[in-house]
Design a binder for this molecule. Structure first.
Ligand code: ATP
Length: 877
């Protein structure tokens, strides 16, 4: 029989658990051994072989394979038996495919590792204590402790619920949260959506609280049964990666066009057909930017790793790029800009008495705190001598104040047992609990003073309003506490029934000091052209006071309250949004309006959130940032990035890193394309002039893979440049080639072309450069090869920075330096050893030739230095 058809007692018996205590740890271990872990079977990925063949279907790879085929054909046709070229091309194809697979594997692994860091947890009752455990460790019989925002980690039969509503769309498609009721029972067969006494794995608590006994875990849960359908292994490619793949294709097409052209010219000039084939092959391989995609992927992966080290976990790869373009950060206040160490500072009681808690507490003040602490859901624990209070920061502050004054929440709860509650949520901004008090009953309501005001009937409300303002100006959050006494047990636990005609007991003023790093981070963001906007549930005066301290607010007119916002039309909001920097007493719905309004002005918005109802705003924003510590599972699921330290400064760091990644990708493009494009020019021009091909295909492949590839891989590790946060963000739709990148690529390609052709010409035609070596076509080719290889390798130092290469320390990216040296050594060795000379179609050259090659190879450095000298301050690389 299904669990929903059983009574609570039956479920308790069957799962052998005491629902007041939960399972004992020995029993948990035993059950884990028998039932296994609470997770879905993993989907099998594609086999390495399948991935390998898949990568061969890439457009650029196809070009290389055709080139290899032609190369083999000419080797056979000319009977020269030189299969090296064909073999080399095939080898490069294989190396590229293997690299891609390894790289993909690494990316998958690091993504899995990130997911591990962001593992789901679950609150359960074990051995009488509420513990937060890894969701995979949940066993049948565990008692789940459910709160608003928690993810349900197993299928479970409810045993207690208060206003519990669960969002089950993942399972039933129904987006409205469903009301749950542990008492409900039916013997009929019911669809999942109607099983009101059950909660299911993968769904989330939208509201209220409850407890439930786990009846099924892992693949045996309802979600597990359809888990196979949910496996979503769609490859995440960023928009930039997609565009660059397109670019690679386009350049390859240009090369094919150029190859066809060269072929035709050659035929006209009466060159042998096979020679023309060979040149066409070399042009095709020349232009294919073999390493571009791998380098871009590496750069992104490296950026993600760096962000993770700085407490920002990227959940969606495109966020890395978007972060770099963000120009507005909408941030929560509590816990993000502030320390999340809320402390009670003042208490105002009926006797019009303000008690600074630095002094001793009066009995009246204690009375307010004690009452308020009954109306909280925090968990109090002792770790050694330290008091640990976990839960909502406002409530933690209240209970801390009580416990530190020698009372305990436990003792109060025993005296006034709770019999009902209306939970807190950010929309209502208040909370009520009902308790037994001797023979009578008392309801205690606490919440924001201004929101509660209309709910009070008795008490000195005028004076309280004055105190509320005074506390607010001192940046204190004010919580009002009221109560009502009943002779009979209240039947209706609803707002209408309980939260009316209250008596005001007192006000509690508490402070959550700003994080010391917030102010600096806000200033840094401002310098980088990013506006910080504070969005808070707090009172406008309190929020304003803190915002002023942090440098977010400079004038009262920059602050708006939620109710003022609700009165504005979208057009009115759009016209003011740029001048507003504090939104107070807002609801999560207001957050979406603020994001959308900013977006209509063309802004790229990063937004923080932690609650269940923040999820839509997180989704609507360009970069949704969820809190790692206080954030609910729902918020984390909706976010692009998770802040593991809940800290505002982390967002600003992540933006800097995002910008660095974007720049490094631009650097890689400048580096690789300058060389690739120059190769097309060089071959094309030489052919047009009737000089013959300056390179063989093998030489070009070497330049692309070794001279460009090796240093290129290290470009992704380039650290962020100093001035990166002194510039305005990149506009939303700006192309990757904007701000003169095309011009730079074109200019460098031209310089490479001129120096290489010059070297080629001298080597091929001018005798007497070296004493013993006469000019020959092969000497020209050797010179061309050396010049292009060396100058390409050295070009990596040009693209590193907008600053002169003499100002950038080599040690700031050691691997770049090492890779460049390695590439130079390999190139030189190949040109010196007789065996490799033959393989690569090179010949011995004289010392003066060497000097000439080296001299011409450093020309691009001079040209770039001159340009930097003139333009560096305004331009970025
Ligand atoms: P921020 O939006 O800056 O992060 P927050 O998330 O704490 O702040 P909310 O949780 O929406 O904001 O709280 C809004 C208001 O509700 C608070 O200013 C306070 O007056 C009141 N409040 C907060 N927590 C409770 C609670 N547990 N019980 C009753 N009232 C509360």
């Amino acid at each position: 029989m299904e669990a929903y058809k059983k009574t609570i007692e039956e479920v308790q018996m069957e799962t052998a658990v005491d629902s007041q205590q939960g399972l004992a740890s020995k029993e948990v271990i035993r059950r884990q051994k028998v039932d296994g872990v609470n997770k879905f079977d993993e989907a099998k990925g594609d086999s390495a072989l399948k991935k390998f063949f898949h990568s061969l279907s890439d457009f650029t790879t196809i070009i290389l394979l055709v080139a290899a085929a032609i190369s083999f054909y000419t080797a056979i046709a000319t009977d020269h038996g030189d299969y090296f070229e064909g073999i080399l091309i095939i080898a490069i194809v294989i190396i590229n495919a293997v690299l891609a697979i390894v790289q993909e594997g690494n990316a998958e692994k690091s993504l899995a590792a990130l997911q591990d860091m962001n593992k789901q947890s679950s609150a359960v009752l074990r051995a009488g204590k509420v513990e937060v455990i890894d969701a995979e460790e949940v066993v049948v019989g565990d008692v789940l402790v459910l709160e608003s925002g928690s993810m349900i980690t197993a299928d479970a039969r409810l045993i207690q619920a208060s206003q519990l509503r669960v969002e089950e769309s993942a399972l039933t498609g129904e987006s409205e949260p469903v009301e749950k009721n542990p008492e409900y029972i039916s013997k009929e067969n019911l669809p999942l959506g109607d099983q009101a006494n059950m909660v299911f794995k993968g769904c989330t608590v939208a509201n209220g609280r409850g407890r439930a006994i786990v009846t099924a875990i892992g693949m045996r849960t309802e979600m597990g049964k359809i888990a196979g359908l949910l496996n979503n292994d769609e490859q995440q490619k960023t928009p930039l990666q997609k565009r660059l793949n397109q670019l690679g294709k386009r350049i390859s097409l240009i090369a094919l066009g150029a190859a066809a052209l060269v072929f035709l010219i050659g035929q006209q000039q009466g060159e042998p057909l096979l020679d023309m084939f060979m040149t066409a092959v070399s042009l095709a391989v020349a232009a294919v930017p073999e390493t571009l995609t791998v380098i871009v992927t590496l750069t992104l992966a490296f950026g993600v790793q760096k962000m993770a080290k700085k407490h920002a976990i990227i959940r969606r790869l495109p966020a890395v790029e978007t972060l770099g373009t963000a120009n507005v950060i909408c941030s929560d206040k509590t816990g993000t800009l502030t320390q999340n160490k809320m402390r009670v500072r003042r208490v105002w009681t009926r006797g019009d008495e303000v008690t600074d808690t630095e002094d001793a507490m009066t009995d009246e003040a204690m009375e307010v705190l004690k009452m308020a602490s009954l109306c909280t859901d925090v968990i109090v624990d002792k770790e050694g001598d330290d008091l640990v209070v976990k839960g909502n920061p406002t409530e933690v502050a209240i209970v801390r104040a009580v416990e530190e004054n020698y009372h305990t929440k436990a003792e109060l709860e025993e005296k006034y047992p709770r019999i009902g509650e209306i939970p807190f949520d950010s929309e209502r901004k208040m909370m009520t609990t009902v308790h037994k008090m001797g023979k009578k009953y008392i309801s205690i309501t606490k919440g924001a003073f201004d929101v509660l005001l209309t709910h009070f009937r008795f008490g000195d409300l005028e004076q309280a309003a004055v105190v509320n303002d005074r506390f607010g100006k001192r940046a204190l959050r004010v919580i009002a506490v009221g109560y009502a006494i009943y002779d009979e047990e209240p039947k209706e636990i609803t707002s209408e029934g309980l939260e009316r005609n209250l008596r005001l007991l007192g006000l509690i003023g508490m402070i959550d000091p700003p994080r010391p790093e917030s102010k600096g981070a806000i200033a840094r963001a401002k310098k980088a052209g990013i506006k910080t906007v504070m969005i808070t549930g707090d009172h406008v005066i309190t929020a304003g006071a803190i915002a002023r301290e942090l440098g977010i607010l400079h004038d009262k007119s920059e602050a708006l309250t939620g109710s003022e916002l609700q009165k504005m039309t979208d057009e009115e909001l759009d016209s003011r949004v740029k001048s507003l920097s504090v939104y107070a007493r807002v609801t999560p719905e207001d957050k979406i309006r603020i994001v959308k309004s900013w977006q209509r002005t063309g802004a790229v918005v990063a937004m923080t959130g932690d609650g269940v109802n923040d999820a839509p705003a997180l989704k609507a924003s360009d970069v949704g940032c969820a809190m790692g510590i206080t954030g609910t599972d729902v918020a984390q699921g909706a976010a692009d990035m998770i802040l593991t330290d809940d800290n505002f400064a982390t967002i600003v760091d992540a933006v800097a890193q995002g910008r660095a990644v974007y720049r490094n990708i631009r650097k890689a493009i400048n580096f690789l394309l300058s060389c690739n494009i120059s190769e097309i020019f060089i071959v094309l021009i030489a052919m047009l002039l009737g000089w013959g091909a300056p390179f063989t295909a093998v030489q070009l492949l070497f330049v692309n893979v070794v001279a460009d590839g090796l240093p290129g891989f290290a470009l992704g590790k380039e650290p962020a440049e100093k001035g990166i946060m002194d510039e305005n963000p990149i506009p939303r739709n700006e192309g990757i080639f904007a701000r003169g990148l095309w011009q730079k690529v074109g200019m460098n390609a031209s310089v490479f072309t001129v120096i290489t052709l010059f070297g080629f010409y001298l080597g091929a035609n001018v005798d007497g450069i070296s004493h013993w070596i006469d000019a020959s076509y092969e000497v020209g080719q050797t010179l061309a090869f050396l010049i292009l290889a060396y100058s390409s390798i050295l070009h990596v130092f040009n693209v590193r920075s907008t600053q002169s290469i003499f100002k950038v320390k080599l040690s700031s990216n050691k691997s770049l330096f090492e890779m460049a040296v390695l590439a130079i050594l390999i190139t030189t060795t190949i040109a010196l050893l007789p065996f490799t000379q033959e393989l690569f179609g090179l010949v011995p050259i004289g010392i003066n030739h060497w000097m000439l090659a080296i001299g011409l190879s450093i020309v691009p450095i001079f040209v770039n230095e001159m340009i930097k000298f003139h333009y560096a301050p305004e331009e970025e690389e």
